[in-house]
Design a protein around this ligand. Sequence first.
Ligand code: NI
Length: 255
Amino acid sequence: MMIDTHCHILKEDYDNIEEVIKKMKENIIIVSSASPKDIDEIIDLIEKYDNIYGTIGIHPEFANTYTKTDLTKLESNLNHPKIVGIGEIGLDYHYGNDNKEAQKELFIKQIDLANKYHKTIVIHSRDAKEDTYNIIKTYKNNDTKCNMHCYGYDLEMAKKLTNQNITLGIGGILTFKNEKKLKKIVQELDLKNFVLETDSPYLTPEPFRGHINEPYNIKYVAEKIAEIKNIKYEEVLKQTTKNAIKQFDLKYLDI
Ligand code: NI
């Protein structure tokens, strides 16, 4: 079994969504929201398909535009048994630094919700390494689980995070020819620190780069991890599945 711990398979990007899900029928998909407008569609998906779970959250790109109603709606859905996390939430300074404070405030509000409802935090962080780390360290309860999705920082930060039982989401970027940093991290750190993700429809792995991504493609990420760590593909699937079950409290899944 494989678990895609992070993707966005929503109607706006797929006209063959049933087919995309069917290919994963032996596996598990965790669909992540970025925008408050995705919440209803995610609830529909997790109620329709046994093998789909969801995380809901407000992405930092909405730090200036989200409303109180959005936060209320988010909170009111957190008791759903198949909502297994809050995310993606975090900080993104890639396009400028003018609303850092608003981003931090939204991030912290949602970490508080994760603490309150015992949900796993799924972090999006770009060009905001230190601020992200400091906020998690300050505001996350020790027993609140946390995953850094699409990990893109250095080995040193990877060690700091994994030492606190934060898992790193590894996706298509690992398969890119010129990617060296992430390969080094995968090589150095124990497999128990990683979960697989596609971030579909984005970041399609080799050999399908250029096409729209889909959850089934995590097999290529797993193959790459096996190659880098010089272990069996089956071992990668087994351990990363175990990690994901633990990370998102998918308790009844006994493998
Ligand atoms: Ni994403």
